[in-house]
Design a protein around this ligand. Structure first.
Ligand code: ADP
Ligand code: ADP
Length: 221
C-alpha cells in the first residue's frame, strides 16, 4: 500500500519542474508535501495519479508502476485535484451517482450514503453544488475521491481557502482517513503540515530539500 518514488523528474522545455525527487509514503501515515507555488507539487501528484507521465525516474503505487499500469494505479488511488471541476448545476447526490457510474462502482446508492455520512455533508447533500460553500464542495470532492475505497489518497491543497470552522472539520476528516490509508497532501502553509502530518517533504523549485518526521521539523522551528 506504499507509494514509492525514485529519482522522479519532469522536464518542461528547459525547466526541471520536478527534479530528481525520491520519497516513500506508507499506510497509516499522512505525508505532507510543503512548498511554495510552482515548487512542483501538483506535477508530482499528477504523475502519481497517471494524469502526466514523468520524464525520468519511477513511481509505484501499491506495487504498480504508474508508467506501466495506470488502470491498476487508478484503482488504488483517490485524487482530489486543487481546482476540482465539479458540475455546479448538479445536485450533490446526483453528481456522486454520475461519478460512481463513470467509475463503474457497484451499489452506488449505498456507497454514496456512507460517504455523505463520513464526509459530514449532511443536509447539504440535497443542494446543488453551485450553492455550496468551499468547505462543502471540498467534502464532495473528498467523497468523490473515496467512491472506490482507494488505499491511497492524493489531495492537492485540500485545505486552502477554507474558513476556520471548515478548516478544523476538513483537517479532522483527513486525519481520520490517514489512520487507515496512505495519504499524501500538498500545501504551501507550514501550519497545515504541523496540524496534520506524520512526515513532511519540503520541495522547492522541483528539488526535494527536506524529508523528515514532523517532530524533527518542529524542533527546527
Ligand atoms: P505547485 O503545484 O508546487 O504550485 P506545479 O507542479 O504546478 O507547482 O508547477 C511546477 C512548475 O512547473 C511551475 O514552474 C509551473 O509553471 C511549471 N509547469 C507546470 N505545468 C506545466 C506545463 N504543462 N507546461 C510547462 N510548465 C509547467
Ligand atoms: P494548480 O493551480 O492546480 O497547481 P496550475 O494552475 O499550476 O495548477 O496549472 C493548471 C494547468 O496548467 C495544469 O494542467 C498545468 O499542468 C498547466 N500549467 C501550469 N503551468 C503552466 C505553464 N507554465 N505552461 C503551460 N501549462 C502550464
Amino acid at each position: 500500500m506504499s507509494v514509492i518514488v525514485k529519482n522522479l523528474t519532469k522536464i518542461y522545455g528547459n525547466q526541471r519542474a520536478v527534479d530528481d525527487i525520491s520519497f516513500t509514503a506508507k499506510p497509516g501515515q499522512i505525508l505532507g508535501f510543503l512548498g511554495p507555488n510552482g515548487a512542483g507539487k501538483t506535477t508530482t501528484m499528477k504523475i502519481l495519479t497517471c494524469y502526466l507521465s514523468q520524464s525520468e525516474g519511477t513511481a509505484t503505487v501499491c506495487g504498480h508502476d504508474v508508467a506501466k499500469d495506470s488502470l491498476e494505479v487508478r484503482r488504488q488511488v483517490g485524487y482530489l485535484p486543487e481546482h476540482n471541476p465539479l458540475y455546479k448545476d448538479m445536485y450533490v447526490r446526483e453528481y456522486l451517482r454520475f461519478a460512481a457510474s463513470a467509475n463503474k462502482i457497484g451499489q452506488p446508492g449505498k456507497r454514496i450514503g456512507e460517504l455523505v455520512e463520513m464526509t459530514g455533508l449532511g443536509r447539504e447533500a440535497h443542494k446543488q453544488i453551485g450553492a455550496l460553500s468551499k468547505g462543502y464542495r471540498q467534502r464532495v470532492g473528498l467523497a468523490q475521491a473515496m467512491l472506490h475505497d482507494p488505499k491511497v489518497l492524493i489531495l492537492d491543497e485540500p485545505t486552502s481557502g477554507l474558513d476556520p470552522n471548515q478548516l478544523a472539520e476538513i483537517r479532522a476528516l483527513i486525519k481520520e482517513l490517514g489512520k487507515e490509508k496512505t495519504v499524501i497532501f500538498s500545501t504551501h502553509i507550514m501550519q497545515e503540515v504541523q496540524a496534520l502530518c506524520d512526515r513532511v517533504i519540503i520541495i522547492d523549485r522541483g528539488r526535494l530539500v527536506a524529508d523528515d518526521p514532523i517532530e524533527t521539523l518542529k524542533r527546527r522551528l
